[in-house]
Write a protein that binds this ligand. Structure first.
Ligand SMILES: Nc1nc2c(ncn2[C@@H]2O[C@H](COP(=O)(O)OP(=O)(O)OP(=O)(O)O)[C@@H](O)[C@H]2O)c(=O)[nH]1
Ligand SMILES: [Mg+2]
Length: 289
């Protein structure tokens, strides 16, 4: 990927407000589950969570594993485990990993439960905050764990507007929170990656520029997938590839010029839902400590 895309930042007022109410509710919280997106397991970690959640038990949950490169999933799991961080890798939409997640919650809170018992405090519910960037699957995960639709979900960032408690039974209460980013991406590529996976509001993005970044990445890391999906030629600059996608999909403007904006939107949609194939935008080796 290159750094040609204009700097992306998205930190609207509702996120400042969300951080404030998270701070407030953290007083009640025993454990924080930090959701990260398997396609960008490093860039989707909000650096502000370290400060926010200081002193709280915490583990990572990597969502959208079904959309990410399976080999990369294994490498990222090993990477975080080597750092001593527990991580559950999952598709948040189905409840398949429900027991693994609940077991991880109880393991993370074992000491606390023992302390409570020693003090004669019995059956106090475990209160768990579900936190992470927008659109990572927080509300979806809660619904899967609850076994019902308790939280509103949607295929765009910024769906959850405020904190909401959901009792999932078996002595566990989950707090759904709005997705939060941070005021400035030090590395502009973090903004590009988060935009590519759909965690940044599309209204502030240049779809064509962003699609070109995605095309460039796929052509060099997953050669052949664009050609297989659209019949487009992968040679040349990414804008030429985008133009070829428009041609192959008969997306034309008046005057018969290829409609690269519609092609960009189509490509981004396909990329985000892995119709162009499963992909991961960063690998552990790229990390420079
Ligand atoms: N393929 C796939 N889709 C997922 C997964 N988790 C969530 N989704 C989809 O991702 C979209 C966003 O899910 P939400 O649960 O609304 O995400 P959120 O983190 O609550 O988002 P905000 O409330 O906007 O911060 C929805 O369309 C979900 O169906 C997953 O593990 N795999
Ligand atoms: Mg939500």
């Amino acid at each position: 990927m290159s750094e040609t895309t204009a700097k992306i930042n998205w930190y609207p007022g509702h996120m400042t407000k969300a951080v404030r109410s998270m701070k407030e509710d953290l007083k009640l919280i025993d454990l924080v589950i930090e959701l990260i997106d398997a396609r960008v397991p490093l860039s989707s970690r909000n650096p502000d969570l370290d400060g926010l959640c200081r002193g709280k038990a915490r583990f990572l949950l990597m969502t959208k594993a079904d959309l990410a490169d399976p080999q990369a999933n294994d490498r990222w799991r090993a990477y975080y485990e080597a750092k001593g961080l527990a991580v559950v890798v999952t598709d948040a939409r189905n409840g398949r990993d429900k027991s693994a997640i609940e077991a991880q919650i109880r393991t993370a809170l074992q000491k606390k439960s023992e302390r409570d018992r020693a003090r004669g405090i019995m059956n106090r519910p475990l209160r768990v905050m579900i936190a992470g960037i927008p659109n990572v699957g927080k509300s979806t995960l809660i619904n899967s764990l609850a076994g019902k639709t308790a939280a509103k979900t949607g295929d765009k960032p910024g769906v959850t507007k405020g904190n909401q408690w959901i009792n999932i039974g078996r002595g566990v209460e989950l707090l759904d929170t709005p997705g939060i980013l941070w005021p400035r991406f030090e590395d502009p590529m973090v903004g590009v990656k988060l935009a590519l996976i759909g965690s940044i509001n599309d209204n502030i993005l240049d779809a064509e520029e962003l699609a070109c970044e995605g095309i460039k990445y796929l052509v060099s890391n997953y050669p052949g997938v664009i050609n297989a999906r659209y019949g487009a030629c992968e040679e040349g600059m990414s804008y030429e590839v985008l133009t070829d996608i428009a041609r192959h999909r008969n997306l034309v403007k008046s005057g018969a010029a290829p409609d690269t904006l519609r092609a960009a939107r189509l490509f981004l949609d396909d990329l985000r839902s892995s119709r162009t194939g499963r992909f991961t935008l960063e690998v552990p080796e790229e990390i420079r400590a």
